[in-house]
Write a protein that binds this ligand. Structure first.
Ligand SMILES: [Zn+2]
Length: 207
């Protein structure tokens, strides 16, 4: 299996997921990384216009930095999870103090698809065969995308073997939710893919 299209953008892995209405970009990258994204798309024979939707695993600068610019420059529809509202406001404040980063503030508007906490099926309404799961542990606002085929995109969700006393309980619950949901292969934002069996073993050892 070839796996999803992966774009390396300033040290962050962004992933392209197929949908009935176009591609979904999972994680947007740093504010100034549009050229990286374009180059990655080009290498895959694609243009920026191939992206119809974008979502972020969590509102850290290297994952959400480009969300507003992508919407403004190519009209992508943003998908935001309810648990990310507060952290988005925090991200905007973070960049207010760093005007040199060219960050465009992300204000949720009526075109955004805001996914409620109980609504695990929201993606199906836009033709994507998968669901969004809340997967806290790295941050409270972290979510993962789990496709019906078993590919799971986990952002910065800390590997079970790297858990600390402070986050072990949350991480174990998050990984178990993904495994129970049928995840077969994990695609993190930093590093290569990890098979479900490997994660399962790490969770077991940590228990
Ligand atoms: Zn992070």
């Amino acid at each position: 299996m070839a796996g999803p299209i992966t774009i390396r953008s300033h040290g962050v892995h962004l992933y392209l997921v197929d949908g009935r209405e176009g591609k979904l970009l999972f994680d947007a990258g740093w504010p100034r990384s549009l050229a990286d994204l374009k180059a990655g798309l080009e290498a895959a024979g694609l243009r920026l216009s191939a992206i119809r939707f974008v979502m972020m695993s969590h509102a850290h600068p290297d994952h959400a930095g480009l969300m507003q610019k992508l919407k403004r420059t190519c009209g992508v529809r943003r998908i935001v999870h309810e648990v990310q509202r507060g952290s988005l406001a925090e991200l905007n404040r973070f960049f207010e103090r760093k005007p040199d980063r060219n960050y465009e503030p992300f204000e949720i508007d009526e075109n955004d698809l805001v996914v409620g906490r109980a609504d695990r099926q929201a993606l199906r309404s836009i033709g994507i065969a998968g669901e969004i799961l809340e997967t806290p542990g790295h941050s409270d606002d972290s979510v993962s995308l789990l496709l019906d085929g078993g590919d799971a995109f986990t952002g910065d969700l800390t590997r079970p073997d790297l858990a600390t006393d402070a986050n072990a309980a949350a991480l174990t619950a998050s990984w178990n939710a993904l495994l129970a949901g049928g995840a077969l292969m994990f695609y993190p934002a930093h590093g290569g893919p990890i098979a479900a069996g490997v994660i399962e073993e790490m969770v077991r050892r940590k228990a």
